[in-house]
Ligand binder design. Structure first.
Ligand code: ATP
Ligand code: MG
Length: 230
């Protein structure tokens, strides 16, 4: 579904992505891991089109995305759930969800009912301001907003950061179901237990490069020690 090859990116003179290649197949949760500052968010922003790589290729369904605007990529089926959630705090839950419609590829005019079935708490709080939700509820809203676009690829940047365990589990189950329906899920995650429970494949980054990748069963204690331990 998503093929990334030899991606290079620098902030001014500082290299942040060094020859990154990554495969994210449909129907699977591909986990991007690595310590703070290794380039995970930079990679997601390059995929979404918010940052422009110096070189390399990002192919979605056979079509090159490098050079296309973020809005065009969204309409082609890429959605990003950004680090820190970035919902609109002054807008209601319903208004936040409606923003997701702009990216909908199928011309949908209303938030699909299945979004509410997935996150019943949001249906209960439709008129509430986003900023008045708990952190976990805001994260669910951010994922729901991405779902409204009915994307082919969903990028999630550390969705479990600062979230209580029961909601983490719920998020894991939702991602598993979305992947089961054929979506390519790219999950940036530092929480190893979550990756092992819900992930299918992994790529570990260090200093802007992918230093290990494979099926989740190939994530060895050695890799954890060298690149993921604190
Ligand atoms: N706007 C920016 N300008 C300059 N350097 C930046 C900018 N954003 C990030 N960096 C640097 O690029 C590198 C990669 O940052 P990035 O945010 O992609 O890491 P990350 O893996 O997402 O980290 P974290 O786990 O803390 O979210 C870091 O060294 C960071 O300091
Ligand atoms: Mg980050």
């Amino acid at each position: 579904m998503l093929h990334i090859q030899n991606l290079h990116f620098a902030y001014g003179g500082v290299t942040a992505l060094n020859d990154v290649s990554l495969e994210a197949p449909a129907g699977a949760i591909t986990c991007v891991m690595g310590r703070n500052g290794v380039g995970k968010t930079t990679l997601m922003q390059n995929i979404m089109g918010l940052l422009k790589p110096a070189s390399g290729s990002i192919v979605l369904d056979g079509a090159e995305q490098v050079g296309r605007a973020a809005s065009a990529r969204a309409r082609s089926g890429v959605a990003l759930v950004p680090q820190g959630r970035m919902i609109f705090p002054k807008l209601t839950v319903q208004e936040n969800l409606k923003i997701g419609l702009q990216a909908n590829r199928n011309g949908l005019k209303a938030v699909p009912e299945r979004v509410y079935e997935t996150f019943p708490v949001l249906k209960a709080f439709l008129a509430r301001k986003g900023g008045d939700l708990s952190g976990g509820q805001q994260q669910q809203l951010a994922i729901a907003r991405a779902m409204v676009g009915e994307p082919k690829v969903m990028l999630l940047d550390e969705p479990t950061e600062g979230i209580q365990p029961n909601i983490i589990q719920e998020i894991g189950r939702v991602l598993k179901r979305l992947a089961g329906e054929g979506m390519a899920v790219v999950l940036v995650e530092q929480y190893l237990d979550f990756v092992k429970e819900f992930g299918d494949g992994f790529a570990v980054m260090n200093r802007g490069a992918v230093v290990a990748s494979g099926a989740i069963g190939e994530l060895t204690a050695e890799i954890e020690r060298e690149f993921l331990g604190v």
